[in-house]
Design a protein around this ligand. Structure first.
Ligand code: ADP
Length: 396
């Protein structure tokens, strides 16, 4: 092929898988001198691979050119919901922009080293990791699929009331299986899963349906009605809420996810991001005590990601316990109170996100997680990783 078009091909992969695919594309391009067009939301990856960037909004080209130039335009990018790569954002804060803007870790180390005396790390945490009464518990849980695949091995984990727990791990590590066990969709092969005091093996599905909300990774699997409003009302009707209550809840849920403007549209025609938010709304409206969301920001632009994450945080502040599967360490550090790392069906670590990621920093790659570029940069500059730009204080 002399041309390759890659449309969000890597959005469902874990960070290492993503990098591998991009490296293969890069290699093919070099060998065959072909032209590659990549469509993606992940600016951290694009920054390293692209020669030229085109930023679209509403069908128009709003910015175009060398990545160093485009990523210097922080304000314009923010206006259209595109995230500046972390390294570029930090460099801009230090006054390094345009042609000198670093995009990859090694060049950033070189360019920013003389300025490192102006950098310091803030150690803000989202609390110290919630403890207290547990809302759900895995007790020596094993899960084996019919074909003999053992997806979880001897999993022991407590989820506390008011927790915002992120579950991370490479593709195939058992995250979705864990989520499905929490919602009662799957029952453990061995061991016990307790949710709100109920043993999921013996409780009726309807008992859990009101208490535990599950937002699938692919929203197409859960959208079935003719309009957005009906979609949100559907589970409420089947749970027997009054029409007045349904109206109130539908309004509230539409507002939380910012979909008031498309209430009468058929869900089928919504964008991927809108579908994801609608799937979240249908679950929120029921008022679950425990909300399980599988990769809520996959394939979403920065603005939609923020909207979803802020909605989750708002619910968590109002007492809903949130369990979120994600590959995005940046989001974990910014939003989650605790993190659990899975690998090959086993729990390898659990605790406050920054502490856990820092402690395991040197093994993150090996575990298939891969550290974000900013974390690698700060580790090299200051000896300690930072996972969000907000954690880095810029002085002088
Ligand atoms: P993750 O969410 O971390 O990507 P999963 O929980 O989906 O991991 O999968 C864990 C393991 O179980 C993987 O090896 C996967 O291939 C396997 N698996 C998942 N679903 C099924 C299924 N329906 N039948 C057989 N094996 C499955």
């Amino acid at each position: 092929y002399k041309r390759q078009i890659v449309d969000e091909a890597t959005s469902d992969l874990d960070p290492l898988g993503k990098r591998e695919v991009l490296e293969v594309i890069e290699q093919l391009r070099e060998e065959s001198k072909s032209t590659v067009v990549i469509v993606d939301h992940n600016t951290d990856d694009l920054a390293r691979f692209a020669d030229r960037l085109v930023v679209l909004d509403g069908g128009r080209v709003v910015l175009e050119g060398d990545p160093r130039y485009v990523f210097s335009m922080a304000r314009e990018l923010e206006a259209v919901g595109v995230r500046v790569p972390q390294i570029a954002a930090l460099a801009s804060k230090l006054g390094v922009t345009d042609g000198a803007l670093p995009l990859a870790v090694d060049e950033a180390v070189r360019i920013l080293a003389p300025l490192k005396h102006r950098l310091a790390l803030r150690t803000a945490q989202n609390g110290t990791g919630t403890r207290g009464p547990s809302i759900a518990e895995f007790i020596d849980v094993w899960y084996e699929y019919e074909d003999g695949t053992v997806a979880l091995r001897s999993l022991n984990l407590k989820i506390f009331e008011g927790d915002f727990l992120a579950i991370v791990g490479p593709n195939g590590s058992g995250k979705t299986t864990m989520a499905k066990l929490l919602t009662g969709l799957l029952k453990p092969s061995r061991g016990v899963v307790k949710v709100l005091g109920l043993d999921t093996k013996t409780s009726r599905p309807s008992q859990l349906a009101r208490l535990v909300g599950y937002v699938f990774q692919n929203p197409d699997h859960q959208l079935i009605c003719d309009t957005v409003e009906d979609e949100i009302a559907f589970p409420l009707r089947s749970l027997g809420f009054s029409e007045e209550e349904i109206r109130k809840r539908v309004e509230w849920a539409l507002k939380v996810v910012g979909l008031e403007g498309v209430r009468r549209e058929p869900p089928f025609f919504l964008s991927k991001g809108e579908k994801q938010r609608l799937a979240l709304a249908t679950v929120l409206a029921v008022g679950p005590k425990l909300l399980v969301v599988d990769e809520p920001t996959t394939g979403q632009d920065e603005r939609c990601s923020r909207m979803i994450m802020d909605a989750l945080r708002g619910l968590n502040e109002r007492g809903v316990t949130v369990v979120m599967i994600t590959h995005d360490m940046r989001l974990v550090c910014e939003y989650a109170k605790r993190v659990a790392i899975l690998r090959g069906g086993e729990l390898v670590a659990e605790g406050v996100p920054r502490e856990v990621f820092e402690r395991l920093f040197d093994t993150l790659e090996e575990m298939g997680l891969g550290a974000p570029p900013l974390a690698k940069l700060m580790k090299k500059l200051l000896g300690k990783p930072a996972f969000t730009v907000g954690e880095v204080e810029v002085n002088g």
